[in-house]
Each structure stands twice: as C-alpha cells, then as structure tokens.
Design a protein around this ligand. Structure first.
Ligand SMILES: [Zn+2]
Length: 265
C-alpha cells in the first residue's frame, strides 16, 4: 500500500485507488494529483491500495479485497492483511474509492445507503446514477469505512482514466478540498435487489443494457446458448458476460430521482 498526502494536518478525506489490481484508472488519477500537487484547502490522504496486484495486473493475489473488509492483521491472505491495514489508515476519513468495470462505460456511484453524505456529495459528481448496495455490502470497503465508490468506466480504457481524474477533482471540490464550484445534477437512484448467477459454461452472452429496464418474460442473458428469462421487471446493474466468474451481475429496482436543490427565499 502506498500512502501520500496533499496539504498538512490530519486528513478527514481520502482518495483510494487500486482496490482491484486490474483497474488502473484510479491510480492514474492519484499519480496525477501527486505530480501536480494542487494547493488544497484541507488535507487529503491519497492511497494506492493493492500494489502487489497492480504490479501483476490481476484483480487480487489471494482473494477479492473488496469482499475481505474489515480484514485481520493476522489473516493468512495478502488481501486479508491489507484490508485491516487500509481500515486503520482510513479511520475517520470520508473515502472516495475508484473502480472500473467490464459492464458499463458511463460513470456511476455506488453507496452503502442513501445517507446524507451520499445525497449531498454524489449529485455533485459527473455520474449518471447512484446505486445503493446495502443488501450486498458484506466485506466491502464501505462496510468498514464511510465510503463513496465510483465506477469510472471500462477497465483499462483511456476514457476510464480521464473519468477517474474528473471524478476525483469533482469529489475534492464537493468536500471543499479544491477551490471552485460543482454542478448539481438530477440523479436516478437504484437499489440492488438480487444477484444474477450464471452457470458453468464456455460462452456467455448478455442481451440487455445496464440501467435499462428488462420486462418480465424477456430473455436477458445466456450461458452456452441457454437463455435466462426475467421472472419480473428489473434494472440490470453491473451486468456483463465475462466480468465476474460466477455471476452476470445484479438486478436492481429504481427508487427515486434526487432533484437538484433550488435556493428557496
Ligand atoms: Zn473494482
């Protein structure tokens, strides 16, 4: 784990990259901040998490770090120990953690609950949606640390790296670390309701677009040509043919739209 800081004092804000070693976009954003060293109005901790996995360009060494929190200093796995070290490093910090996917190009935010922090910060980020994943929080960073996660785009793409940079700056502006204003946007909110499993197969297909509703009775994916059909209407989230080993992704319901706040007088 690499830890650095912008500004002086004890940071209450942290930016974390490289929870997954095959998602380099966030690391680029952190490195750019370290190169440019912008003047900050409050201190910011910068963390590159799983350096060993990043070096090997793999998601993890022993187990998925974002399913391992809070971890244990005496854990037998690299990620188990790293999770515990990260939790103590990030204690007391509102944390911004960057990821990328194989499923969706447009950035969106993932939160563990529609909290005041989430509804304040996330609409100020250049994201298309907010996804609430409290039903599936176990082992994730935000089960242990107050965290806003963002999916920056497609894994390994230049666009994801540029998005990571924009998202980080918007986050740091929203929390008052960088000067300037952010734009508040209307944001649909989704809640994950189910895991969509996939059976062992040689080829996988996904027929639907993330965040676009799938009607009951519609085929949405196939394993070796064997179609899976929706029992009821759902919104697919993080769905991809080969993004995860044993799941296609998640089913979600649409909760709400966060409206932009207009000044009342
Ligand atoms: Zn990730």
């Amino acid at each position: 784990m690499r830890v650095a800081q912008l500004g002086s004092g004890t940071p209450k804000i942290a930016v974390v990259a490289g929870i997954h070693g095959d998602e380099p976009c966030g690391v680029r954003a952190v490195e750019r901040l370290l190169d440019e060293r912008p003047t900050v109005n409050r201190p910011v901790k910068l963390v590159v998490a799983n350096e060993a996995a990043l070096e090997r360009r793999v998601r993890f060494i022993d187990e998925d770090l974002n399913r391992t929190f809070p971890g244990d200093p005496d854990a037998e796995t690299h990620e188990g120990q790293l999770a515990a070290a990260l939790v103590s490093e990030l204690e007391g910090c509102l944390t911004f953690s960057m990821h990328s996917t194989q499923s969706h190009a447009d950035p969106f935010a993932i939160v563990n609950g529609v909290s005041e922090t989430a509804t304040d910060i996330v609409p100020q980020l250049p994201v298309a949606a907010m996804v609430e994943t409290s039903n599936f929080a176990e082992g994730r960073l935000f089960s242990a640390v107050d965290t806003v996660e963002v999916e920056c785009g497609l894994q390994g793409s230049e666009t994801a790296a540029q998005n990571a940079d924009r998202l980080t700056r918007a986050f740091l502006t929203a929390v008052g670390a960088l000067p300037g204003d952010t734009v508040d946007r209307e944001l649909p909110v989704y809640r994950l309701t189910d895991v969509i499993r996939k059976q062992q197969a040689d080829t996988y297909e996904v027929f639907v677009e993330n965040f676009t509703p799938v009607e009951a009775g519609a085929p949405f994916a196939a394993a070796d040509g064997d179609e899976q059909v929706a029992d009821e209407r759902f919104y697919p989230v993080l769905m991809s043919s080969n993004g995860y080993r044993d799941v296609f992704g998640y089913a979600a319901e649409k909760l709400d739209v966060i409206e932009t706040t207009t000044a009342a007088d």
